[in-house]
Design a protein around this ligand. Structure first.
Ligand code: SF4
Ligand code: SF4
Length: 108
């Protein structure tokens, strides 16, 4: 890999994030042009998977071990300002503790 390319990549974070992005059932897959993936700064963190409820459409999955909790994939910023992320409110930002209670501790 070229040095320049490598420098641009966000590799594994140095500490645990406080919040994680989790895709909810409102995800439509954006007709295979997911806006959220273009906004995410971490390589391979968000990717398309099959939607078992609608096999003709994909939906997006967030790798919880790669997500840095930056919120770039969502639309709502602080003070209700709008960002460029998911237009369908299909991404929840979940506190890490809550996520781990439900899914088990993440092996960082
Ligand atoms: S919160 Fe940031 S790192 Fe996590 S999925 Fe969204 S854009 Fe990617
Ligand atoms: S999370 Fe939102 S932006 Fe991303 S594919 Fe689903 S509906 Fe589209």
């Amino acid at each position: 890999m070229a040095v320049k390319e490598k420098a641009k990549r966000t590799e594994k974070r140095k500490r645990k994030p406080k919040i994680l992005a989790v895709i909810n059932d409102a995800c439509t897959g954006c007709a295979s042009s997911p806006i959220c993936i273009t906004e995410c700064p971490v390589d391979n963190c968000m990717y398309e998977v099959e939607n078992p409820d609608a096999p003709a459409f994909n939906r997006v999955f967030v790798d919880p071990l790669l997500c840095i909790g930056c919120k770039k994939c969502i639309t709502k910023g602080p003070m209700d300002t709008f960002l460029e992320g998911c237009p369908w409110d299909a991404i929840d930002m979940i506190p890490l503790g809550e996520y781990e209670e439900e899914h088990g501790a993440l092996p960082y």
